[in-house]
Ligand binder design. Structure first.
Ligand SMILES: Nc1ncnc2c1ncn2[C@@H]1O[C@H](COP(=O)(O)OP(=O)(O)OP(=O)(O)O)[C@@H](O)[C@H]1O
Ligand SMILES: [Mg+2]
Length: 256
């Protein structure tokens, strides 16, 4: 099997944390994982424990590659360029790997309005949408807060969308919007994942208020996550210490 998952949600709900922990747990089941950092404010590397002492060059800044694949100079708008650039070899050539997770950083594209068709955005879109996965590969994409990627079509080929929510009304309202956009672009499996659950009351709140969602799981508040963040290291460095909830969620996703 192969699987493409997008992780969305309101700002600060825990998308990057959840993406990196799920990516590590999926890799631990002997699948090859491609983790895509699709947030312009990139920080998935830190969550995965990937060394950032050498700056990671995002795909959107690989000017020669964009030129080679699209036939157009990045930064130009209009003109002719291929809308179907070859992308299959990009993960192998431009990702950084740790513990079986390969990280690809997409980077930002200065879009002049949502309809911008430029070589950079075309390559990024193709990268996500036409990435052909081999047997036993999983893509997991950490999106930026809100709905940008869903609106821009960088996530139309995803098999599943996991909307991370915290207990509370604002997160729920955002989840409903994200769900609608996700189903508009044809994503079949849309789940909600409760994060930072501090009490039974929080659990009940999510279960009660998210009745029209498939709840993928509920993740407690962990001191380890907050502490690791404070120290700038990845949480649960030893994979065997990653809490059971994450493994249960991975089993659910992979058994589909
Ligand atoms: N289960 C948890 N327990 C404790 N702290 C958590 C948990 N999940 C996330 N956090 C903390 O919440 C903060 C936000 O997490 P994270 O950066 O993963 O969110 P995000 O949704 O990716 O944010 P952004 O929208 O800015 O990209 C971080 O400080 C992180 O350590
Ligand atoms: Mg994030």
């Amino acid at each position: 099997m192969s699987l493409k998952l997008a992780i969305g949600g309101k700002g600060g709900v825990g998308k990057t944390t959840v993406t990196s922990l799920l990516a590590r747990c999926i890799a631990d089941t002997n699948k090859r994982v491609i983790a895509i950092d699709a947030d312009p404010v990139t920080n998935l590397a830190a969550g995965l424990g990937i060394d950032e002492s050498k700056p990671i060059i995002p795909v959107s800044e690989l000017k020669d590659l964009i030129l080679e694949r699209t036939g157009a100079v990045p930064g130009t708008i209009g003109g002719f360029f291929t809308l179907n650039p070859k992308v299959d070899d990009i993960p192998d050539r431009f990702s950084l790997e740790k513990d079986g997770v390969r990280l690809l950083v997409m980077g930002t594209v200065e879009t002049g309005g949502s309809g911008c068709i430029c070589p950079e955005s075309t390559l990024l879109k193709a990268l996500v949408n036409h990435l052909i996965l081999n047997h036993n590969e999983v893509v997991i994409m950490d999106m930026e807060a809100g709905i940008e990627h869903l609106g821009r079509g960088t996530s139309g080929s995803m098999d599943g969308l996991i909307i991370v929510v915290n207990p509370g009304k604002r997160s729920r309202v955002a989840a409903e919007k994200i769900k609608k956009l996700g189903s508009d672009i044809g994503i079949k499996d849309i789940y909600v994942l409760g994060n930072r659950i501090k009490s039974e009351q929080d659990k009940d709140l999510i279960q009660e208020s998210m009745k029209d969602f498939k709840i993928l799981g509920l993740i407690p508040e962990y001191d380890e996550i907050a502490n690791a963040d404070r120290e700038g290291v990845r949480p649960f460095d030893d994979i065997s210490t990653i809490p059971e909830e994450f493994k249960t969620i991975v089993n659910k996703l992979l058994s589909k």
